[in-house]
Design a protein around this ligand. Structure first.
Ligand code: ADP
Ligand code: GN1
Ligand code: MG
Length: 361
């Protein structure tokens, strides 16, 4: 039996496994579809969870289990509107291999598709609606969640890692990166001032997804309407501005996250408007004033953090993100920086759009 089929058969599947095939381009986990004998479409998703990135996979799976069970109580179609964990045959939410690798399985949701880029304002609108729906679905979940990655969107913590990475200079690359390092340093105080609003409770703490790029949402294949948020590994308590920010970073980019052609990269104000129309149509009445005030800025915050994280990984010698070629993290850094400067140039306009949408009846 092939190795992947053997792994998948540790889970409580409903038949004989016929095929296990790679899927997607995630930077962290390895993802596969699982098809049963006699069926043409996959029935399950099997994932190797990266335990270098997620040090406590059982706690992470427990977060996902509790939150998805909660969501299921609030939606019409609980098997399609959120993930469903398929436990291992011993009842655990994961299977741990002898070599230390962790695996988890969920139901494959049929009739869906995902995007890596928003190709029309309608998709951006649907994406915003989808994040609004997700925030509505998790609203009221009162139990504490494990912090699966320490300080994930906490820029104060990221600066600690950053300062250490610069001092370590593990790959000897710092000397060639003066300009890029300056991009980070010149905005340090501004980003800390924003995060301080969360630390002091001005911006509320909520259940958040934390990895809301466009490929982490499923759309219905028939009419391209939004179905649900997936890739729930980073569910934690934080500010929902991390989610709006990461989504804006992805939905409004006219280029690729790792575009080599910087002329293609910019923030599309049309996509921004469409995304916000969708998001605010769900969440307008539920947001605190401080959340509304920083909605547009959240895109800058997370894009900045992403510049820092890609550059830090390059400085560290590419230990975190999967790369396809040696300079990949530097290319990603530059492309995300271009996006950041485009957002900075349009921040006033973005804020005006948010104000207009909030004022509408
Ligand atoms: P990664 O951590 O590798 O990014 P994801 O969980 O985001 O993994 O899945 C990668 C892709 O696989 C998604 O963008 C989506 O297209 C597809 N996918 C993931 N989970 C499901 C699911 N439960 N049902 C259908 N498709 C899925
Ligand atoms: C990673 O796992 P994936 O590919 O959905 C990363 C995100 C980054 C993203 C950049 C746990 O997401 O934080 O924004 O790459 N996830 C983790 O594309 O670090
Ligand atoms: Mg993903």
């Amino acid at each position: 039996m092939n190795r992947l089929i053997q792994l998948a058969s540790h889970f409580a599947v409903d038949g004989t496994i016929a095929a296990v095939k790679p899927l997607g381009e995630g930077f962290i986990n390895d993802t596969y579809t699982v098809t049963l004998a006699g069926e043409t479409e996959p029935r399950y998703i099997l994932q190797r969870k990266n335990h270098m990135v997620f040090p406590d996979v059982p706690a992470m799976m427990d977060n996902i289990d509790r939150v998805t069970r909660y969501i299921k109580t609030k939606v019409h179609d609980p098997l399609r509107q959120t993930l469903t964990i398929v436990p291992a045959k011993d009842g655990k939410l994961y299977y741990k291999q002898r070599n230390g690798n962790f695996w988890a399985m969920t139901l494959f949701i049929r009739g869906t598709m995902s995007y890596t880029q928003a190709d029309s304002p309608e998709i951006a609108y649907q994406g915003g609606l989808g994040l609004g729906q997700f925030h509505w679905q998790v609203d009221g979940f009162g139990e504490p969640l494990t912090e699966v990655i320490k300080g994930f969107h906490n820029i104060r913590w990221r600066f600690r890692q950053w300062d250490e990475a610069l001092a370590r200079n593990a790959a000897g690359r710092v000397k060639d990166l003066r300009e890029e390092i300056g991009w980070i340093e010149s905005r340090r105080e501004k980003m800390l001032a924003f995060w301080n609003l969360f630390e002091t409770g001005v911006i509320p703490c909520r259940v958040t997804h934390n990895d809301t790029k466009i490929s982490n949402f499923l759309f219905n294949a028939d009419d391209r309407s939004l179905l649900c948020a997936i890739d729930l590994d980073t569910l934690m308590s934080s500010t929902l501005l991390n989610d709006t920010g990461d989504a804006l970073r992805s939905y409004t980019n006219t280029g690729e996250e790792d575009d080599r052609d910087l002329n293609k990269v910019s923030m599309s104000i049309r996509m921004f408007q469409a995304y916000m129309e969708g998001y605010l149509s769900m969440m307008k009445g539920k947001l605190a004033g401080s959340e509304i005030e920083y909605l547009a800025f959240s895109g800058l915050y997370i894009t900045y953090e992403q510049v820092l994280r890609f550059l830090m990984d390059y400085i560290d010698g590419d230990t975190y993100y999967k790369i396809k070629y040696p300079e990949h993290n530097l290319v990603r850094t530059r492309a995300q920086y271009k996006l950041l400067t485009s957002m900075e140039a349009q921040l006033n306009e973005m804020n005006a759009i948010v104000r207009r949408l909030v004022a509408l009846k």
